[in-house]
Ligand binder design. Structure first.
Ligand SMILES: *Cc1c(COP(=O)(O)O)cnc(C)c1O
Length: 350
């Protein structure tokens, strides 16, 4: 730390992303990217956008928001786009939390929530997951703060039903409820249809997981136009060009090719079932995942040892060094070939 660093940030521990190593070729199952390339239409649209890079990107993401609205059956004034959904989540912490309105979230969930809250000096109320890493919806009724729930949750993969979330929305009329649907396309129910009924609901989604565009950095939020306007005030006070022109074009291309995304999600869901069975027969206990990863703990080998040995064998998985889950591995569901390599490496280690 230099002597110039503002005291307001000296205690900040930044979010640590999963590694993107370049030292050798790994079977990369540590950051929940898609194993499939972007849609051919995404590449075609992005290539065309390159010619206009001398111009600023559209600060309103007009065409992209129109396509997202069309896809989800809402109007464009219900949509905001971001540089990844992390961008939207960050705006939400700024717009809807403060000293009087804490952020309310689970002890085991997306690690960035803690960092956003710390950065904004927002008090937090942490709600422990129940046995089996389940969220009890009743814990979030009358939350007296802004609620953040990843659904399906990360890194557990366990999803709540829309009915359970509706109960949370009903009892929190005075607070915003943010449902982070980064993994919803892998078999969970989306809450987007509820935005017409609940003005306190913000749903965030991303192109990083199901849509093969992690490196493009594209996410979006869907909510009642009132919430979207607040988020937009924050966004345009930071960087109105938060989504670059090539990514906007790639996003439009991806949405024009809905079938490609749907097919890829189907493949991942199928592979997830296969991987779950195989890991169970190798002595792992797994949660019931509705995401593009599994969350698994071996009956006799510690998470740190297993993670390190897999790395030696060229397979990267994610492990979190937190009390309750230190023996668990979060393993991305990859291609069939990646999955066989993973299972082969685990077989050798055992
Ligand atoms: C990956 C992820 C995000 C954000 O991804 P972006 O790449 O920023 O869109 C948000 N929430 C959860 C739970 C995630 O796993």
């Amino acid at each position: 730390m230099s002597g110039y660093f503002s005291p307001k940030y000296r205690e900040l521990s930044p979010y640590v992303p999963g590694e993107q190593p370049k030292d050798r070729k790994y079977v990369k199952l540590n950051t929940n990217e898609s194993p499939f390339p972007p849609s051919p239409l995404a590449l075609e649209y992005a290539a065309r956008a390159l010619a206009d890079l001398n111009l600023y990107s559209d600060p309103d993401c007009t065409e992209l928001r129109r396509r997202i609205a069309l896809t989800y059956g809402v109007t464009p004034d219900c949509v905001i786009c971001g540089n990844g959904s992390d961008d939207i989540l960050s705006f939400a912490f700024q717009a809807f939390c403060d000293g009087e309105t804490p952020a309310v979230f689970a002890d085991i969930t997306y690690g960035f929530y803690r960092v956003f809250a710390a950065r904004e000096r927002i008090p937090v109320r942490i709600i422990p997951l129940k046995d089996g890493f389940r969220i009890d919806p009743a814990d979030y009724h009358n939350a007296e703060g802004t609620v953040f729930i990843a659904n399906p949750n990360a890194p557990t993969g366990i999803a709540l039903t829309v009915g359970e979330i509706e109960g949370i929305l009903k009892s929190n009329e005075k607070n915003v409820v943010v449902i982070d649907e980064a993994y919803v396309d892998f078999d969970a129910e989306s809450c987007v249809p509820l935005i017409k009924k609940y003005r306190n609901l913000l749903v965030t989604q991303t192109f990083s997981k199901s849509r093969s565009l992690a490196g493009g950095r594209l996410g979006f939020g869907i909510a009642d136009p009132g919430l979207i306007r607040d988020l937009d005030t924050v966004r345009c006070s930071i960087n109105p060009y938060n989504v670059n022109a090539v990514t906007q074009a790639a996003g439009v291309g991806t949405l024009s090719d809905g079938e490609y995304t749907a097919e890829n999600c189907k493949k991942i869901i199928k592979t997830r079932a296969y991987l779950t069975d195989r890991l169970a027969s190798l002595g792992f206990r797994l949660t019931d995942s509705s995401a593009n990863f599994v969350f698994a703990k071996h009956e006799s080998i510690g998470g740190d040892v297993l993670c390190a040995k897999l790395r030696e064998k060229g397979v990267l998985v994610r492990r979190f060094d937190t009390e309750r889950i230190r023996d668990h591995l979060r393993i991305t569901v990859g291609s069939d070939e990646q999955t066989e390599k993973l299972l082969c490496a685990i077989g050798e280690i055992l």
